[in-house]
Design a protein around this ligand. Structure first.
Ligand code: HEM
Length: 213
């Protein structure tokens, strides 16, 4: 698969070289979310080689309708020690949509996902953030596959994400995640359940917004 080869090239040496001490909770998260991640990787319109500009805008609009309410909720339970600058991906999406021609009124009128995971505390927030921060890794891969097709046109701020800082930001996130390994086993289970719920809610929302093949 082209995307897999790109992933190996881009992320080699930055993402997979995590410390052994981080493995337990992180690998439990990977295992629990593996099947939904695979479904999204395969099914999301973004990975379709026939993706049109209109499809791209439709997917970004659906992402905005998910990230906006989720980030508003995350702000209330933001984990201590985690850089709050991570909490503005909706602004990147808004910028992209406006560059793709959506007016401020159009942006405000976009539908929002309802029935979000509860996010009652830092553990649940951290599970949700695992999904949003991890999505930046795939974003780097998608950027390199999609941007050349719409060369010279805007609308890539979200996929650019942390850019060259992606590997460092991910390792920093994993280091915060590592701190949760010292917590009560039930908190860790709730963290994992929250990651699964975030992924599955997103998948349902993307299906509803016709962004899956
Ligand atoms: C076409 C879509 C996607 C592609 C091509 C893709 C690709 C990737 C790649 C290459 C990685 C790094 C894997 C590694 O280092 O082992 C990754 C990790 C990850 N992605 Fe995706 N991804 C996609 C969609 C998504 C979406 C929509 C989400 C969530 C909203 C997501 C969440 C994650 C997470 C949480 C990880 C971290 C897994 C770990 O613990 O290593 N991905 N993805």
């Amino acid at each position: 698969m082209l995307l897999q080869r790109l992933a190996a090239t881009i992320l080699a040496g930055t993402v997979s070289g995590t410390l052994a001490t981080r493995e337990t909770l992180r690998s439990a998260l990977r295992t629990a979310t593996d099947s939904v991640h695979r479904r999204l990787e395969r099914g999301l319109l973004l990975s379709d080689p026939r993706l049109s500009k209109a499809d791209y805008r439709q997917v970004l609009a659906a992402y905005y309708g998910f990230y906006r309410p989720l980030e508003a909720r995350l702000a209330w339970v933001w984990p201590a020690g985690l850089d709050a600058a991570r909490l503005h991906k909706r602004l990147w999406l808004a910028q992209d949509l406006q560059e793709l021609g959506l007016s401020a009124c159009g942006l405000a009128a976009l539908p929002h996902c309802e029935g979000m995971p509860p996010l009652r505390d830092e553990s649940e927030a951290m599970g949700c953030l695992y999904v949003l921060e991890g999505a930046c890794l795939g974003g780097q891969v998608l950027l390199r596959s999609i941007q050349p097709r719409f060369d010279g046109e805007g609308g890539f701020r979200f996929l650019e994400g942390y850019g060259l800082e992606t590997g460092r930001m991910w390792r920093n996130f994993l280091s915060c995640l590592n701190d949760f390994q010292n917590r009560d086993e039930r908190d860790q289970q709730r963290l994992i359940a929250s990651a699964v719920a975030t992924f599955e809610t997103f998948e349902r929302w993307l299906a509803l917004r016709e962004c899956l093949r």
